[in-house]
Design a protein around this ligand. Structure first.
Ligand SMILES: [Cu+2]
Length: 118
């Protein structure tokens, strides 16, 4: 009788373990994939180098002589950008050397982040 009881307990345990494994596998497989996708998207917007040529607060525009912008596949040039937030223009002035992020949004290229270069 005693050995039968042990066999039943072992059988129950192994069924429980198999069940836990089968329910965990799809979840643990999907999670890292989602995270890997997120991380792959992040480095696509790298800071580009530039030098401020003109700041137009009223029009929310800034002219930057910039280096290569990898995420936009753009070589260096001098061009006018729109800025995401006019307050960003308070932190820079013509002649400043900066590092900035630019993104293409609805046909326009928008500066989303800007900081003084060290
Ligand atoms: Cu450009």
């Amino acid at each position: 009788m005693k050995s039968l009881k042990i066999i039943l307990v072992l059988a129950a345990m192994s069924i429980g373990a198999a069940h836990a494994q089968s329910t965990m596998a799809p979840g643990s497989g999907a999670m890292p994939m989602g995270e890997a996708k997120k991380e792959a998207a992040k480095p696509s917007t790298e800071m580009a180098d530039g030098e401020i040529r003109k700041v137009d607060k009223e029009a929310k525009k800034i002219t930057i002589k910039h280096g290569e912008i990898k995420n936009l596949d753009m070589p260096g040039m001098t061009m006018v950008f729109q800025v995401k937030d006019a307050a960003m223009l308070d932190t820079v002035k013509a002649g400043d050397r900066v590092r900035f992020k630019a993104e293409s949004a609805g046909g326009a290229i928008i500066v989303t982040e800007i900081q003084q270069a060290k």
